[in-house]
Design a protein around this ligand. Sequence first.
Ligand SMILES: N[C@@H](CCC(=O)N[C@@H](CS)C(=O)NCC(=O)O)C(=O)O
Length: 256
Amino acid sequence: MVGRNTRYANAEDASLDKLLLHLRAGWGTHWEVIVIIVHHLENSRSQRVLWLLEELALEYEIKRYARNPKTMLAPPELKEVHPLGKSPVISDGDNVVAESGAIIEYLVEHHGNGSLAPARGTPERLRYTYYLHYAEGSAMPPLLLMLVFNRLPVMAPTLIRPLVRGVANTVKGHFIEPQIALHLGYLESELELRDWFAGDAFSAADIQMSFPLEAAAARGGLNERYPRLSAFLERAHARPAYQRALEKGGPYQLMS
Ligand SMILES: N[C@@H](CCC(=O)N[C@@H](CS)C(=O)NCC(=O)O)C(=O)O
């Protein structure tokens, strides 16, 4: 039966359900279909949410936003959805959910039907929860600093650019690069015993972890020196749902 965010096994089922819905509406029955809306900023973390929705075979709509080409910030319209105006943010009926980890947890809990999360009370579940938080709480900050210090000389007035570049390189060399290397070394060792971050099975924690690893590949030195992390990204990118999400999301290139 068609209801809130009904899951479909395939596109034919979805179309059939939609047809039935129209027919019933025509006969006077009131049906409410609420579709998840993803507020999707180009080249951003919201790509992860599209990927999760594809893995869960859920119906969703994409509302697209372009970055300001000068500042790379999100457009002001996004503040109409959530006061911070960041992406991702989703709406699902009356629920507006921001913050990637919270969105992933919400979608898996409300629409996951038990998939993509290890069973509660298991060591895998604890690792799953850890990585849902670790990705944004610990892995992203040094990668964001790298982005800022890479851009600093480019943004500086021409006259002082060499000075700014020197300061930026010192901060990167003394603090940011060692911090990123610390995290990558740790994550590489985490995948020695298992294929995915929570355990042997792919989970939504791997979707959450993909962004810091993609950012590290773009600007943090993730290369063949980290064979397990590189293989993780290859396995993730080969998943059909990842590919479908890329097709739907449009350009996805992270800044170096
Ligand atoms: N920790 C937040 C970070 C959100 C965030 O900063 N998103 C970026 C896109 S990757 C953004 O909206 N940038 C544009 C802006 O700050 O205006 C999350 O994971 O949702």
